[in-house]
Write a protein that binds this ligand. Structure first.
Ligand SMILES: Nc1ncnc2c1ncn2[C@@H]1O[C@H](COP(=O)(O)OP(=O)(O)OP(=O)(O)O)[C@@H](O)[C@H]1O
Ligand SMILES: [Mg+2]
Length: 290
């Protein structure tokens, strides 16, 4: 039995036994670059997996710090190969440390979305197969807002917005909320303040940000949490192992563990706001045409 058949069989038995997963699509965004999105995604995915969640990470960032470098992996194939060679999504689903399932973009989102129409359709059709396969699909789209990353955030069930306490990062994060909110009133944000020196700083920065968004944009956002500034992150980057695995007892890893617990048990956890991966594809195809 080849890889494709094995996956199809698993999908079939899942749906027969009623075990289809909700496949919530979560994009991770930031205004400013280098605030810690890619490191966060990998360690967050690993801590969610520890809680029994099935997670797929998709790297659609063309930035310098690729997810594969951060986990010392060399993906054999990526999404562009999949499209060019008309391979299935399962052929590009790679396994990283601890079995972390991820898909490398191989190019930026803009290149992927600017494909010929038939290629784009193929891309969307294959991506949609992830619906029911994973509980959570985490997408790294890089910093700032290109037209394509906007579509991605607008189509997601939730956007985790990362910032540091620096005024420049906060101002850029605010612009992201403003821009996306102007396009969709129902978009859902979870704010994470990364690299705080004390939890109290995180609470203060988060509340001020939430208040500003409430007051000037009449938009409610959720404060998801704050992550400490911890030398373990840089050490882990140097040895190319996600910090959650390299330094499981560090403050930053323990914090991620708590965030993951809150994420899967929180009130907003159960229902994908925008219909999971199916909804993601529906919205992004529509946005692309209009
Ligand atoms: N919690 C943290 N504590 C200490 N350092 C951190 C923390 N988070 C991130 N960093 C530092 O920030 C650097 C950049 O992180 P990362 O590559 O994850 O950012 P990014 O937002 O994905 O960047 P880009 O916008 O370029 O994709 C890391 O290499 C690390 O040195
Ligand atoms: Mg990155």
């Amino acid at each position: 039995m080849n890889q494709d058949q094995a996956h199809q069989l698993r999908q079939l038995s899942n749906s027969l036994s009623g075990h289809r997963r909700t496949s919530r699509v979560i994009t991770v965004a930031s205004g400013k670059g280098g605030v810690g999105k890619s490191n966060f995604i990998l360690s967050f995915a690993l801590s969610l997996m520890d809680l029994g969640q099935k997670v797929v990470v998709i790297d659609l960032d063309i930035g310098m710090a690729n997810l594969d470098i951060l986990m010392g992996a060399t993906p054999k194939r990526h999404l562009l190969d999949m499209i060019r060679e008309r391979k299935s999504i399962w052929s590009v689903l790679e396994r990283g440390p601890k079995g972390l399932e991820y898909i490398a973009g191989g190019s930026g989102l803009s290149e992927l979305l600017q494909l010929r129409e038939e290629d784009r359709h193929y891309f969307f059709r294959e991506l949609e197969k992830l619906h029911g396969y994973a509980d959570l699909i985490l997408i790294d789209t890089g910093a700032g807002l290109t037209a394509e990353s906007q579509q991605c955030h607008l189509a997601a069930d939730e956007v985790i917005l990362l910032t540091t306490p620096e005024p420049t990062a906060l101002a850029d994060a605010y612009s992201v909320v403003k821009m996306l909110h102007s396009k969709s009133k129902t978009i859902s944000f979870q704010l994470v303040v990364n690299r705080v020196s004390r939890q109290k700083e995180g609470v203060e920065v988060g509340s001020k940000f939430k208040f500003a968004v409430q007051r000037f944009l009449q938009k409610e956002i959720t404060i998801f949490g704050a992550i400490p500034d911890d030398g373990a992150v840089m050490q882990a980057v140097l040895i190319q192992v996600p910090f959650y695995l390299a330094y499981p007892r560090s403050q930053v890893s323990l914090t991620l563990k708590r965030l993951a617990e809150r994420f899967v048990t929180g009130a907003e956890a159960a229902v994908p706001e925008n219909g999971g991966m199916k909804g993601f594809i529906r919205t992004i195809s529509r946005l692309f045409i209009t």
